[in-house]
Design a protein around this ligand. Structure first.
Ligand code: CAA
Length: 397
C-alpha cells in the first residue's frame, strides 16, 4: 500500500522586508544577502498573526468537509510555540472545526519536527489505512536584531494531509537518521530570539547530512543516480547549494551526473520567504513540485531534513501520476506576489515588539488572512475567524 502526501498547502504573512533594504541599513553590499546568503525577502508577520493563525491559514484549504471527518490526528511541528504547555494544534483544531475524536499534539526538535511528524504519520496510516493525519509545520524564525542571522529570518506555515493512496507523493520506506548532542543553535526559555553559532551550525548540518545519507543507503535506499530531484532543509538558499555540493562530492561517480537543476526549483519560494524552520524543507518540496516545468510523474525525490541540536534524516519519495491537479500552484504564487513591502521601522516594530506578551491586549486589526489573533485576556490567547472586509473598509477610510 502506498502512503504519503495527499494534499499540501502554504500560508505566509501578507508583508515582507526586502534584504536589499536590510543590507543598506547594515551598510554592506546587498549582494552578500542576495547571492552570498541567497535570500531576497523575509516574510514578516503582523502583530495579529502568529504560528497559530499561519498554521490554520495553511490547513484551511485542504481540510475540506470530506477530509475533516477522516482526520484522526493533528501534529503541529514548531520551535516557536505560543505556550509552554498547551499544543498550538488545539487552537487550530478549534478554528478548523475538527471532530473531538482526534488526538492533537505539538512536536519540537528544532527544524526537524515536521519530518518526525511525517514519518510517524506514515507508519500510523500503514497500521490503520482508513485514517488521515494532518501535519502542520509553522514557525517564525527570529534572531537578534543586527546579528549575522537577521538576514535569514522569515515566517510561514505549510500543512499536509497524509493518507493511504495519496494523490501527490508516495513516501519510500528507507530512512536514514543521525542524532547527536551539539550546541549549534538553541533558544533558551526566556529568549524570543534564537542563539546560534553560525559557522558551527553549517558544519554540523553538512556532517549530519553525510551520516544520514549513509544510513539511508544502508537501509535499502536509492543510489544517488536514482534521485534526479533533491530537496534540502534551507535555512537560507545558499545552504541548500552547500548541501548539494557536499552530497555529490561524497558520491563522486554518481554525483557527476547531477547538476544544479536537480534542486534549483526547490529554492524559489524559500528565497522569497526566508527561513521557516520546520516548514522550510516542505516549502522547498512544494516549490519544486509547483515550479519545475518538467513532468515529475513517477520520478524520485531525495529529501534531507535537519534540526539543530541535532537530528538529521535523509528519506525519499516518488511523485504520483496526476499530481499537478492536486497542487494549489496559482493560489500560492498569487499569495507570494500580492504581499506588501515594509519600511525598516515597521519591520522592526512588528518583528521585535510582540504585543501578545502583555497580560491583556487587544490586537490591532491588520491581517487579512483567514484567521487572526484577536486579543490576549489574562494571558489567554483568543483567536478568531477574520472579517477581511472590515480591514478593507478600515484601510480605505
Ligand atoms: N557578494 C556576494 N557574496 C558575498 C559577498 C558579496 N559582497 N560578501 C560575502 N559573500 C558571501 C561569502 O563569501 C559567503 O559565501 P560562502 O558561504 O559560499 O563562503 C556568504 O556570502 C556568507 O558570508 P559569511 O560567511 O561572511 O556570512 P556571515 O558569517 O555573516 O553569516 C551565517 C552567515 C553564519 C549563515 C549567518 O547568517 C547565520 O548565523 N545564520 C543563522 C544560522 C543558520 O542558518 N545556520 C544554518 C545551518 S543550521 C540549520 O540549518 C538549522 C536552522 O534552520 C537554523
Amino acid at each position: 500500500m502506498n502512503v504519503g502526501i495527499d494534499s499540501i498547502s502554504l500560508c505566509v504573512p501578507e508583508s515582507y522586508y526586502s534584504l536589499a533594504d536590510l543590507a543598506e541599513k547594515h551598510g554592506i553590499d546587498p549582494n552578500k544577502y542576495l547571492y552570498g546568503i541567497g535570500q531576497e525577502k523575509m516574510a514578516v508577520p503582523s502583530p495579529d498573526e502568529d504560528i497559530v493563525t499561519l498554521a490554520a491559514g495553511a490547513a484551511k484549504p485542504i481540510v475540506t468537509d470530506e477530509v475533516r471527518d477522516s482526520i484522526s490526528t493533528v501534529i503541529l511541528a514548531t520551535e516557536s510555540g505560543v505556550d509552554q504547555s498547551k499544543s498550538a494544534g488545539l487552537f487550530v483544531h478549534g478554528l478548523l472545526g475538527l471532530k473531538p475524536n482526534c488526538r492533537v499534539v505539538e512536536f519540537k526538535q528544532a527544524c526537524y519536527g515536521a519530518t518526525a511528524a511525517l514519518q510517524m504519520a506514515t507508519d500510523m496510516v500503514r497500521q490503520r489505512p482508513e485514517q488521515k493525519i494532518l501535519i502542520i509545520a509553522s514557525d517564525i524564525a527570529r534572531y537578534e536584531q543586527d546579528s549575522q542571522g537577521e538576514c535569514t529570518q522569515g515566517a510561514g506555515a505549510l500543512a499536509m494531509v497524509v493518507s493511504a493512496n495519496p494523490r501527490i507523493l508516495n513516501l519510500h520506506r528507507a530512512r536514514g537518521m543521525h542524532s547527536f548532542d551539539v550546541m549549534d543553535f538553541w533558544r533558551p526559555n526566556n529568549h524570543k530570539a534564537a542563539q546560534v553559532d553560525g559557522q558551527l551550525s553549517i558544519e554540523v548540518y553538512l556532517e549530519s547530512m553525510r551520516q544520514a545519507w549513509n544510513e539511508y543507503k544502508a537501509d535499502g535506499g536509492h543510489e544517488l543516480a536514482e534521485l534526479p530531484w533533491l530537496c534540502f532543509h534551507q535555512p537560507f538558499t545558499k545552504m541548500a547549494k552547500k548541501a548539494f555540493t557536499a552530497l555529490t562530492e561524497s558520491e563522486p561517480e554518481q554525483g557527476q551526473a547531477l547538476t544544479g537543476e536537480s534542486y534549483e526549483h526547490s529554492l524559489l519560494y524559500g528565497r522569497q520567504i526566508g527561513n521557516t524552520y520546520t516548514a522550510s524543507l516542505y516549502i522547498g518540496l512544494l516549490s519544486l513540485l509547483e515550479n519545475n516545468p518538467q513532468d515529475l510523474t513517477d520520478q524520485n525525490i531525495g529529501l534531507f531534513s535537519y534540526g539543530s541540536g541535532s537530528v538529521g534524516e535523509f528519506f525519499s519519495a516518488s511523485v504520483v501520476p496526476g499530481y499537478r491537479e492536486h497542487l494549489r500552484t496559482e493560489e500560492h504564487q498569487q499569495m507570494l506576489a500580492d504581499r506588501q513591502a515594509l519600511s525598516h521601522e515597521k519591520y522592526s516594530a512588528w518583528f521585535y515588539q510582540s504585543l501578545a506578551d502583555h497580560k491583556n491586549q487587544v490586537m490591532p486589526k491588520l491581517s487579512n488572512r483567514p484567521y487572526r489573533l484577536e486579543k490576549v485576556e489574562e494571558f489567554r490567547r483568543v483567536y478568531g475567524v477574520n472579517d477581511a472586509r472590515a480591514n478593507e473598509i478600515k484601510q480605505a477610510s
